[in-house]
Design a protein around this ligand. Structure first.
Ligand SMILES: NC(=O)C1=CN([C@@H]2O[C@H](COP(=O)(O)OP(=O)(O)OC[C@H]3O[C@@H](n4cnc5c(N)ncnc54)[C@H](OP(=O)(O)O)[C@@H]3O)[C@@H](O)[C@H]2O)C=CC1
Ligand SMILES: O=C(CO)[C@H](O)[C@H](O)COP(=O)(O)O
Length: 623
C-alpha cells in the first residue's frame, strides 16, 4: 500500500507519517528529502515555491512510490493537480489529509526553531491549499498517538470486492462470469517479459462487462486494491504453481483474508495449505470447479470445501456464478471440511474419465466392427439422447464426430494418444488407499496410459500383423443397453468411493446434494445424475434399484458387447471392467478362498471358515 500523508507545513506530516510507517511496517519517505537544492534554497529565503518548482519534486515522489510499492510518504500535496501527479499510475494509493486551523499550526510553527521554512510562509500555504474531497480527513487537534490510531482504524482498503489470479482458459471465463453478475473485480496475471505482459489490462479492454475491473501485474498493488477481508480466487496450475502463488501472497495479506483455490489441486495439498495458512490467520477454501471454458463462463458446478465461516463470506460470489439446477437453485454447495471440496472434484473427474472411455469404446465398436462413418456414429449417438441417456459428454461426442478439416473427419487427424493432468491417477491411488474398487475409473485411467505407448503398439502390430476374427455387426440396441448398465456401475463405484472417504475422513458429505450440483454446469451432468439425487437418499447401491428383468436384459447386452470386443480385438477396458464387476456381484463363484489358502500356505496368514465366518482365524499346516 502507498500512503500519502498531506497537509500544510507544520501539520505534523513527518511525525505522523513516521508513526504510521512503523505501524504498517512500511518504509517512510519524507517529501522534504526529495526537493532539489534550488527549492530548499528558495524556501529558506522565505520565497514560496511555484508550480514549476513543484513539478519535478512531485514526479520524483511518484517515481519512488511506484518503485517501492509499499510505503508512507509525507508530502504537502496542497493542490489537486499536485496530488494527481503523485497518484499517477498508483490508483490504489491512499491519501491522508492532516487538517488543522491556521491558528493551531501557526502556534506550532512558531515553536519550531530548527526548520528551514520560516513560519511566515504558512499564510501562502493556506492560500494554495485545496482541501481534498477524498481520502481520510483527520483533525490534528489531538495527540499524535490518537491521530495515528484514527488513521489506522479508518484506513480504507481498496474498493475491488473480489480478486482473481490467473487469467488462463478458466480464469478468463470465471472473471467474465463474475463481472457479468455485477461484481467489481481485481484481476491479476503474472508478468513474463516478452510473453505475458499486461495480460489483465488487455483482457479488461476486450470485454465491456469488465469495465469496473482493475487489472494488475504487480501482486502488491493487486492485493491493495481489494477491500477486506480480501477474497482472492486462484485459477492457476495445480501443484507447485499454486504453492508458489500462495507463498507470494502470504506476506501481503492480513488476518481474516480468504484465499480460494479453484484449480484441480490434490485434496491432501489443500489440507496442508489450509493448516499452514490458518497458522497465519488466513482462511483457505479448496474448491472444485467443473464445466471447462464454457461452463466457467456461463455457469460451472462449484464444489467448495474448508472452513464454513469463511465459505459464508464467499458464498454470494460462488453461488451467483454457478449453473442452475432444474429447480433454479445454484449448482454450488458447501461440501465439507478440509480438502473435501477438492476430493469430490477429483472423483468427479474420475467418473468423467470412465464416462469418456465408455463413449470411446462405443465409437470403436460402431466404427471398426459395424463399419460406420463418424457421421453415422454421430447420428446413432444423437438418437440415444431420447432414451434417458442424455448427458453432456454424449452430446459433445456426437458433435465432435461431425467436425471436418477439408474432406477428413478431424477425429481421424487426432493422434491416438490420450493426455491427462493427474486427477484420474489420484482417484486411482485414493481408491487403493480407501479400499474401494472403482474399477471402471482405474481401467479408464490405464487405457489412457496404454494409449500413450503408441510406438510400442505400432511395433507389435507391424511385427505380428494379425488378422482379427470377423464379427457380425454389433446390435446398436445391445450397445445402448450395455452402455447404460456400465454407466450405472461407474456412478455406483464413484459414489461408493466418496461415501467411504466421507466416513474415513469424517467429512459428513451429503451425497444427494452432491449429485444435485452435478446435474448442471459440470462435465458429468446427465439425466442419470438427475435420477441419482433421489436414489442416493437410500444409499449408493444403484444396482438394487433395477428390476430383475431389466438387469437381465442389460447384462446380456453387456455380455454380447464385451464378447464382440474380445473376438475382434477391439479394446473395451471400461465395458469389460463393468462386466467383470457385475459378474463378481451377481454370481457366486468363489476364488478368494484360493487366495486365502495360498496366503496361509506360504505365510501362515490364516483364514476364516465358511461354517464360522465371524469366529477365530485358522491356520493349516498344508504339507
Ligand atoms: N481447463 C479446464 O477445463 C479446467 C481446468 N481446471 C483447473 O483450473 C486450473 C487452471 O486451468 P486452466 O485455466 O485450464 O489453465 P491455463 O494453463 O489456461 O492457465 C493457467 C494460469 O496459471 C498462470 N500461471 C502459470 N504459472 C504461473 C506462475 N508460476 N505464477 C503465476 N501464475 C502462473 C498462467 O499464467 P500465464 O498466462 O502467465 O502463463 C495462467 O494464467 C488448473 O488447476 C486446472 O486443472 C479446472 C476445471 C476445468
Ligand atoms: O477438471 C477438468 C474437467 O472437469 C479439466 O478439464 C481437467 O483437465 C480434465 O482432466 P484431464 O486433463 O486429466 O483429462
Amino acid at each position: 500500500m502507498i500512503l500519502f500523508v498531506m497537509g500544510v507545513c507544520g501539520s505534523g506530516k513527518s511525525t505522523i507519517g513516521q508513526s504510521l510507517a512503523k505501524e504498517l511496517k512500511y518504509p517512510f519517505f519524507d517529501g522534504d528529502d526529495f526537493h532539489p537544492q534550488a527549492n530548499i534554497d528558495k524556501m529558506s529565503k522565505g520565497q514560496p515555491l511555484n508550480d514549476d518548482d513543484r513539478q519535478g519534486w512531485l514526479q520524483a515522489l511518484n517515481q519512488k512510490a511506484k518503485e517501492v510499492k509499499e510505503g508512507v510518504f509525507a508530502c504537502s500535496a496542497l493542490k489537486e493537480s499536485y496530488r494527481q501527479i503523485l497518484f499517477e499510475g498508483i490508483p490504489w494509493g491512499q491519501l491522508v489529509y492532516l487538517n488543522g486551523s491556521f491558528e493551531l499550526i501557526d502556534t506550532r510553527m512558531k515553536a519550531r526553531k530548527d526548520h528551514f521554512m520560516p513560519p511566515g510562509l504558512l499564510t501562502s500555504q493556506f492560500q494554495t491549499l485545496e482541501e481534498p474531497e477524498y481520502g481520510l480527513n483527520i483533525s490534528i487537534d489531538q495527540e499524535p498517538e490518537k491521530i495515528v490510531e484514527e488513521i489506522m482504524e479508518n484506513l480504507s482498503p481498496g474498493n475491488q470486492e473480489f480478486g482473481l489470479i490467473g487469467l488462463g482458459v478458466m480464469g478468463k471465463s470465471l472473471a467474465r462470469n463474475l463481472a457479468g453478475k455485477g461484481f467489481k473485480l481485481a484481476l491479476y496475471n503474472r508478468f513474463v517479459k516478452n510473453s505475458e505482459e499486461q495480460v489483465a489490462e488487455k483482457f479488461i479492454e476486450e470485454f465491456d462487462e469488465l469495465n469496473d475491473c482493475k487489472g494488475f501485474e504487480d501482486l502488491g498493488a493487486f492485493v491493495n486494491s481489494l477491500s477486506t477481508p480480501r477474497k482472492i480466487f486462484l485459477m492457476v496450475n495445480a501443484g507447485k504453481v499454486t504453492d508458489l502463488v500462495i507463498e507470494e501472497l502470504k506476506p501481503l495479506l492480513d488476518k481474516g483474508d480468504i484465499i480460494i483455490d479453484g484449480g484441480n489441486s490434490h485434496f491432501a495439498d489443500t489440507q496442508r495449505r489450509m493448516e499452514d495458512l490458518k497458522a497465519n490467520g488466513l482462511h483457505f477454501i479448496g474448491t472444485g470447479v467443473s464445466g471447462g471454458e464454457e461452463g466457467a463462463l456461463k455457469g460451472p458446478s462449484i464444489m467448495p470445501g474448508g472452513d464454513k465461516e469463511a465459505y459464508q463470506k464467499i458464498a454470494p460470489y460462488l453461488e451467483a456464478i454457478a449453473a442452475r439446477d432444474a429447480q433454479g437453485n445454484g449448482c454450488c454447495t458447501y461440501i465439507g471440511k478440509g480438502g473435501s471440496g477438492h476430493f469430490v472434484k477429483m472423483i468427479h473427474n474420475g467418473i468423467e474419465y470412465a464416462e469418456m472411455q465408455l463413449l470411446a469404446e462405443v465409437y470403436a465398436l460402431l466404427r471398426y466392427v459395424n463399419g460406420l462413418s463418424p457421421e453415422q456414429i454421430s447420428d446413432e449417438l444423437q438418437s440415444w439422447e431420447t432414451n434417458g441417456l442424455s448427458s453432456y459428454l454424449l452430446e459433445i461426442t456426437h458433435k465432435l464426430l461431425l467436425k471436418k478439416e477439408g474432406e477428413a473427419y478431424l477425429v481421424d487427424l487426432i493422434l491416438d494418444k490420450a493426455g491427462n493432468k493427474g486427477t484420474g491417477s489420484w482417484t486411482t491411488i485414493s481408491m487403493a488407499e480407501l479400499g474401494i474398487p472403482a474399477t471402471m475409473i482405474s481401467s479408464a485411467l490405464f487405457a489412457r496410459y496404454i494409449s500413450s505407448f503408441k510406438q510400442k503398439r505400432e511395433r507389435y502390430q507391424k511385427q505380428f500383423d494379425l488378422s482379427t476374427t470377423k464379427q457380425s455387426q454389433v446390435s446398436t440396441n445391445d450397445l445402448r443397453n450395455a452402455y447404460q448398465l456400465a454407466r450405472l456401475v461407474n456412478h455406483q463405484q464413484g459414489f461408493e468411493l466418496i461415501n467411504e472417504a466421507s466416513k474415513q475422513y469424517q467429512w459428513e458429505l451429503n451425497l444427494p446434494e452432491l449429485a444435485r450440483i452435478w446435474t448442471n454446469g459440470c462435465i458429468i451432468r446427465s439425466e442419470l445424475m438427475e435420477e441419482l439425487i433421489g436414489r442416493l437418499k437410500s444409499g449408493t447401491d444403484f444396482l438394487l434399484t433395477l428390476e430383475k428383468e431389466e438387469l437381465a436384459i442389460k447384462l446380456e447386452a453387456l455380455k454380447a458387447i464385451t464378447i464382440a470386443g474380445i473376438q475382434t480385438g477391439v479394446s473395451l477396458p471400461t465395458h469389460l471392467s463393468a462386466m467383470d464387476y457385475l459378474n463378481t456381484q451377481l454370481f457366486d463363484y468363489p476364488t478368494a478362498n484360493i487366495i486365502q489358502a495360498q496366503r496361509d500356505f506360504f505365510g501362515a496368514h490364516t483364514y476364516k471358515r465358511v461354517d464360522d465366518p465371524e469366529g477365530p482365524s485358522h491356520h493349516t499346516v498344508w504339507e
